[in-house]
Design a binder for this molecule. Structure first.
Ligand code: Z5A
Length: 212
């Protein structure tokens, strides 16, 4: 399930509830690492630019309806269509900062009542992150931030269920950062854990696959 590769990039994943600050922090982290001379890219899932991503986007905007299982598989397919490029980038030494990944897939679908084992199955074989950072905020506090838009999952009651699903998914390897701190304080904490992880990968930590 593993292979060794020296001086590769790190796969960094940011997770959390809607409005927890992932987009803001991804942008700042990208800018910082880029300015430090690291090879780095900022990614996000869903990637709405692919054909599958456009189906997902239309579903999230309530412009189309899909069975809960079907949309779950589309989110997963959207990661699979980027898998080989992801591996290529990491092996060539580029660090990827990824806003949402398989954990979002499992957390959001299991919050709808789908079986967690079923939700995890299509993710098996995707690359495992070297670091998962969870930006921790209560659903109530998140809802106060700039208000929710019109997208399908942007509702307090549903976000409460998602928070519960994330709690069930978290393991001790996740770095949890209080997302109610100032943007600057979060940024500082994030940099520390990310630089530490990048160093480990650079020293030859092997790439591995979900679910470890
Ligand atoms: N989904 C799924 O079901 N299955 C899957 O497999 C995947 C996703 C991958 C689309 O995601 C939906 O797809 C998402 C999960 C589901 N649904 N929900 N909910 P998306 O990526 O398009 O949307 P999002 O991830 O929820 O992004 P977002 O709303 O843009 O939130 P964010 O990126 O976490 O936060 P932000 O834009 O950086 O900040 C939000 C606001 O808070 C903004 O006004 C900031 O200025 C403010 N902010 C940020 N940080 C702070 C701090 N520290 N203090 C105060 N205010 C702050």
């Amino acid at each position: 399930n593993t292979e060794s590769n020296s001086s590769r990039g790190a796969l960094i994943v940011l997770e959390g509830l809607d409005r927890c600050g992932k987009t803001s922090q991804s942008g700042r982290l990208y800018k910082y690492l880029d300015e430090q001379g690291h090879s780095v890219e900022s990614w996000r899932f869903p990637d709405r630019n692919t054909g599958v991503g456009q189906m997902i986007s239309s579903y999230l905007a309530n412009k189309s309806q899909l069975d809960d299982h079907a949309i779950h598989l589309l989110f997963s397919a959207n990661r699979w269509e980027k898998r080989s490029l992801m591996e290529e980038k990491l092996k060539s030494g580029t660090t990827l900062i990824v806003d949402r990944y398989s954990y979002s897939g499992v957390a959001f679908s299991s919050a709808k009542g789908l079986d967690i084992g079923w939700c995890k199955a299509p993710e098996i074989g995707l690359l495992a992150p070297d670091l998962v950072v969870y930006l921790d905020i209560s659903p109530e506090k998140a809802a106060e931030r700039g208000g929710y838009g019109d997208e399908r999952y942007e509702q307090l009651e549903f976000q409460k269920k998602v928070a519960g699903s994330y709690l069930a998914l978290r393991d001790s390897s996740w770095k949890v950062i209080d997302a109610t701190l100032s943007i600057e304080d979060i940024e500082k904490k994030l940099r520390e854990v990310v630089l530490d992880c990048m160093m480990t990968c650079h020293k030859g930590k092997a790439l591995s696959h979900l679910w470890p």
